[in-house]
Design a protein around this ligand. Structure first.
Ligand SMILES: [Cu+2]
Length: 202
């Protein structure tokens, strides 16, 4: 179901990733550049505008590649569609779906199946990428003229994607002050753009 959706609406981004994988595995990496991971990221998330459809996936706006480095997890966002300028909270959420879901009040909320911030240590705290809270708290994403200001964001505390594959990468409408004060979860507010973190076989 999920894969079919990606194939039909992902403009081939996921397909390209899979194709490249099969080239690497079948050709023994002969055509891939030398270097870490043969130049391939460890994972890719095709990013969708979230909506209230059954799957929650609107149109594709780009992708984020994820690579584990000696300094932590490096994220490279690339957008093929302009997204809203300003600062956006950017997190790994623990859920494995971007579909809408009902909140405690019984209201359907866009992207709510993605659940809360990835927090394997059960800290219950939002402290940003360099704090002691949720491991899924990433550096915020700053957008200018529709495109990311920084080509690489580094989440230094994340040393492995082993428990992260299949989870959701989430971009919020508002920013992130790396605190639960004055608003919970950095104040990111509504869920805006998201994708599933898919393993790229190296
Ligand atoms: Cu979030």
């Amino acid at each position: 179901m999920n894969k079919k959706k990606i194939f039909s609406t992902g403009f081939g981004l996921a397909f390209v990733a899979i194709l490249l994988n099969s080239c690497v595995s079948k050709a023994g990496g002969g055509t891939a550049p030398e270097g870490t991971n043969d130049g391939m990221p460890d994972a890719i998330a095709v990013m969708y505008i979230l909506n209230d459809s059954e799957t929650g996936m609107g149109h594709v706006v780009g992708e984020v590649s994820l690579t584990v480095t000696s300094e932590g997890l490096a994220l490279h966002p690339t957008f093929t569609k302009k997204i809203a300028d300003g600062e956006h909270g950017f997190h790994i959420h623990e859920g494995m779906s971007v579909a809408p879901a009902k909140n405690d009040a019984g209201d359907m909320v866009v992207g709510l199946s993605a659940k809360g911030h990835y927090d394997p240590g059960k800290t219950g705290k939002h402290e940003g990428p360099d704090g002691d809270g949720h491991l899924g708290d990433l550096p915020l994403l700053e957008i200018k003229d529709g495109m990311p200001v920084e080509s690489e964001l580094l989440a230094r505390r994340i040393e492995s994607l082993d428990d992260i594959y299949g989870r959701v990468l989430m971009i919020h409408v508002h920013g992130d002050n790396y605190s639960d004060d004055p608003k919970k979860l950095g104040g990111g507010g509504p869920r805006y753009i998201a994708g599933i973190i898919e393993r790229v076989a190296n």
